[in-house]
Write a protein that binds this ligand. Structure first.
Ligand code: SAM
Ligand code: TMP
Ligand code: ZN
Length: 415
């Protein structure tokens, strides 16, 4: 139980360094963000408390209360990474770069944590390179196996990493996208990396960047699955805490702004100048400063108020409003802002596993995108704003028919 000190402020222990984490934003009672329910089966829905804080010692921003991993990642986990053409080419490019620059030894071995439906590993496999994906969510893991990939359905952690090392030998690269930030048991991850990685191997991972979240007020990046919100500075501290070193950082435009971190064993590789440069920039921006983070929290409240006003006004004017993209992120927005079927009649989404179900907590029906194209609404709330370019390109007919998009990043606006 978190200790209270002052109105609304809580302190818990940091999952990286054991220092004191102080909360700066409370998003209230929230459902599991990827738990899409059958319409008649919403009674026993699971809720948890979503609040976020910053560690006063290592600067890591993290959730105040973790959710059990088995509640989030299981047989029916409905997120399929290959659903976006932009992400497919992002991961093809990533795989090619790993093959060209990192997995260059004879008979290299590439391991991916959270390989999902194989969106990245398929290119490694097609190149004939030895690989193994860890993917505990059963159906998405099967989608990767259907592509011919080698997949373990165990969670990656120290125990499973040690097993792989003993049977397969050292890995040249351990890669993860949008997965390390999901893992509160981070010490076990680094112990596993230590067991598995060859002496000169690298651990490369990419996740949403706190710098982008603060700049864009994209508070919807905060939900059960996103436990950590990384910066170059906090990842540098985390790597050092476990005997590793941050040796490179690269900004990525995907998912609303991410950072890719390259981590090596301490002292094995000269850090690129980009690391010190970005850490300096983060210091100037005050990304670990409670005042800056509380200002972010104030802007979140403003977005909530503005979005509610727009949606209530449209309803009062009798306009039709739907949402586009039943993203995990949108669970935070819908539940925090009180957006249910009375304001947004349905959410369209291309994922068969989400269609015919209702959204977590707010119970908005999820329909195939054909429902949207068959009869355009007046307004569409773009929950999948991180895929805006791809979606707006393929949905030009909506604007052509007079439809308007409602966006809430970086502030509420209609285009
Ligand atoms: N890498 C893909 C991408 O970027 O699109 C998938 C990201 S998805 C948001 C996170 C994935 O990590 C899920 O498929 C989940 O099952 C998996 N995952 C969570 N914890 C894990 C762990 N300890 N080991 C391996 N995979 C894990
Ligand atoms: P993400 O933001 O976590 O990647 O989730 C995107 C969601 O939006 C996912 O459920 C798939 C859906 N989607 C569409 O419905 N149409 C699209 O064109 C894209 C790119 C995603
Ligand atoms: Zn800490």
């Amino acid at each position: 139980m978190a200790e209270q000190s002052g109105p609304g402020v809580e302190h818990v222990l940091c999952h990286v360094c054991g220092g004191q984490v102080t909360s700066f934003l409370d998003l209230g009672r929230q459902p599991l963000s990827d738990c899409f329910l059958a319409p008649g089966a919403t009674e026993d829905e699971y809720f948890y408390r979503l609040a976020v804080g910053v560690c006063g010692s290592c600067t890591m921003v993290q959730l105040i209360e973790p959710v059990d991993r088995e509640k989030m990642f299981h047989e029916d986990y409905p997120y399929y990474s290959s659903g976006s053409s932009v992400m497919r080419s992002h991961f093809e490019d990533t795989a090619r770069r790993l093959l060209e620059h990192t997995a260059t030894r004879t008979d290299p071995f590439v391991v991916e944590i959270g390989c999902n439906d194989g969106v990245m590993l398929r290119t490694i496999h097609d190149a004939g390179v030895r690989h193994l994906g860890f993917e505990p969510s059963g159906k998405v893991a099967q989608a990767a196996r259907d592509k011919g990939l080698r997949v373990s359905t165990e969670f990656f952690e120290e125990r499973t990493a040690v097993q792989v090392r003993s049977t397969e030998g050292p890995a040249d690269v351990v890669y993860a996208a949008n997965t390390i930030c999901h893992i509160p048991y981070i010490e076990s991850i680094f112990r596993g990396i230590d067991a598995l990685l060859g002496e000169h191997g690298v651990f490369v991972f990419e996740d949403p960047y706190l710098g982008d979240i603060v700049e864009k007020t994209s508070f919807d990046q905060i939900y059960d699955e996103h436990f950590f919100f990384f910066t170059a500075r906090s990842v540098q501290a985390m790597a050092a805490a476990f005997g590793f070193e941050l040796v490179d950082v690269e900004r990525l435009p995907v998912h609303g702004g991410e950072l890719r971190y390259t981590i090596a064993r301490a002292g094995k590789r000269e850090p690129d100048a980009a690391v010190a440069r970005l850490i300096d920039e983060e210091r100037v921006r005050g990304l670990a400063d409670p005042i800056v983070l509380r200002d972010f929290a104030d802007r979140v409240e403003r977005v909530r108020a503005d979005l509610r006003t727009v949606l209530h006004d449209l309803r009062d004017q009798g306009r039709s409003v739907v949402a586009y993209g039943a993203t995990a992120k949108s669970a935070t927005v819908a539940n925090f802002c009180g957006i249910g079927p009375e304001l947004v009649s349905y959410v369209c989404d291309t994922t068969p596993a989400k269609q015919g179900r209702v959204t977590p907590g707010t119970h908005i029906p999820v329909r195939p995108v054909e429902a949207f194209r068959d009869s355009y609404p007046d307004y569409a709330l773009l929950f999948a704003w991180n895929h805006a370019e791809e979606i707006m390109r393929k949905e030009q007919g909506f604007r052509g028919a007079g439809g308007r998009w409602i966006l809430y990043v970086p502030h509420v606006h209609v285009v």
